[in-house]
Design a protein around this ligand. Structure first.
Ligand code: GAP
Length: 456
């Protein structure tokens, strides 16, 4: 049984409004609007002290499960800028577009693939009921940039519209330098940039965001097997880090919604107040990418089987998800407001984040801040724990308030140093979800906590 299954899941809490998460993120230092003092930029965000810790944990856990645990997978980190031909070969210059209609009355713009069918058919604005333009306007999502300093000689290129392109560009180098043989995979976590016409819903749809990709290269005859394997692997991965496992499902793309590179696609979807929405895409990319890059670059990207000597362009299974969307979904999944059962106003907000991912693992709290022996012992414990995990020391306000502050940021354990500690060298360890308390000898504390907050 995994640590996840042992945890008591919170299954029955209602869907959380995004505004609650936006407010918590700003107040507690998870996420800030970018360039806020200048009025902000739509669809771009910065991550604060707690946000960085949470993001790093999410990224590291993904990397551990995808690269470290799989013998046939390696990792790379590619640049955000590539040769412009990459985006012609990939099909993005031609196909990476949103089609929009505009309301003649309220001037709002809508992606036609997101409009309810009846609004589309009746040319009726879903917000004000006004008339929609009949001919959609087409916008390419790639962000342009320029290399070079001399006007007229500068080269136009693009910030990468999907991070995975570097993997195809580096495929041959990885093959030659890392002694991999097909079937094998390359992973990457990296930024992607899209001029989204309708950014919104906080981190859900941004213009600068981060993706994690696995591109798994296979013989065509084994495509179905590996597609099924990674599809299930990724589903179980998400299941393992959420509380509301009933809000996770697969949805297969219909032929009219497949991306230009995909022959078949399943989304792993998660249900929030935004409805069922894509969290990660599992794409049957076939030989699209390597064939196109072979054609456009003139380089032979065929693979030669070392045993049979068969030569072929490998087919690709892609699993592509978003770090930011994971960040948002995990907060929506973990957030709970619990009213005080005694009705005395001691309500608490708690983030039931998986202990593996929580930004702060432990808070060390002296029962009173004016008792020198308590403070000295607590600081000593804090200094030792700080070397092993992200820890906080807090002696401001009464112990109840300090517990509440830690609950709100998802800290799974609070260690309280009290008068009994001075007698028997034990501390109280309080667990966040159940609020149970146990006494643990100080000498056993590091092992006790590491066992619970380290993934394995
Ligand atoms: N290489 C395939 C690809 O890019 P995608 O479905 O466009 O596929 C993969 O993106 C994932 O990236 C999505 O499942 C989502 O988690 C994340 N993502 C896509 N666009 C995003 C955006 N504008 N803001 C935040 N995350 C986004």
């Amino acid at each position: 049984m995994t640590q996840t299954e042992e945890r008591k899941a919170i299954q029955d809490t209602p869907l959380v409004p995004i505004e609650k998460i936006v407010s918590l993120c700003k107040r507690r230092g998870f996420v800030y609007p970018n360039s806020e003092i200048y009025g902000g930029v739509a669809g771009i965000y910065d991550f604060g002290p707690l946000g960085v810790e949470l993001r790093n944990n999410i990224r590291r856990y993904w990397w551990w499960s995808m690269v470290q645990l799989n013998d046939n997978v390696v990792g790379i980190e590619g640049a955000n800028i590539t040769h412009p031909r990459v985006w012609e070969a990939s099909g993005h210059v031609e196909n990476f577009v949103d089609r929009l209609v505009e309301c003649k009355n309220c001037k709002r713009r809508f992606r036609i693939d997101q409009l309810p069918v009846e609004n589309l058919e009746q040319h009726k604005c879903p917000v004000c009921g006004g008339e929609l333009t009949s001919e959609p306007r087409v916008f390419n999502l790639l962000m342009e940039t320029y290399l070079g300093v001399v006007e007229g000689e500068r080269m136009k290129t693009y910030l990468r519209g999907e991070a995975c392109q570097n993997i195809y560009l580096d495929y041959d180098n990885v093959l030659k330098s890392s002694r991999m043989q097909i079937p094998f995979g390359i992973c990457q976590i990296g930024k992607a940039f899209r001029n989204e016409v309708t950014p919104g819903n906080f981190l859900f749809r941004q213009r600068e965001f981060e993706q994690w990709d696995l591109q798994f290269f296979v013989h065509p005859s084994e495509m179905q097997k590996w597609f099924d394997y990674w599809k299930q692997y990724r589903f179980e991965w998400y299941r393992g880090i959420i509380n509301h496992t009933d809000r996770l499902r697969f949805r297969e793309h219909g032929p009219d919604e497949l991306a230009h590179y995909a022959r078949q696609a399943f989304d792993i979807e998660y249900q929030t107040v935004l409805g069922w929405q894509e969290w990660e895409g599992i794409h049957w990319r076939q030989d699209w990418d390597l064939s196109r890059h072979s054609l456009f670059s003139g380089q032979d990207l065929n693979y030669t089987d070392p045993v049979t000597k068969e030569r072929y362009i490998p087919w690709i299974v892609e699993t592509s998800g978003g770090v930011d969307r994971t960040f948002l979904n995990l907060l929506l999944d973990a957030y709970e407001e619990q009213p005080d059962p005694m009705g005395k106003g001691n309500d608490r907000t708690v983030l039931h984040l998986h202990p593996w991912l929580a930004p702060v693992k432990v808070a060390v709290l002296p029962l009173q801040k004016n008792k020198e022996e308590l403070v000295t012992t607590a600081k000593d414990i804090y200094r030792k724990l700080q070397r092993l995990m992200v820890a906080q020391y807090d002696d401001i306000q009464n112990i109840g308030r300090r517990y509440r502050r830690q609950d709100e940021i998802g800290t799974p354990y609070c260690v309280t140093v009290d008068f009994q500690t001075l007698d028997d060298q034990t501390v109280t360890v309080r667990e966040r979800d159940e609020m149970t308390q146990v006494r643990v000898p100080i000498s056993e504390l590091p092992a006790y906590l590491l066992e619970r907050v380290t993934w394995k």
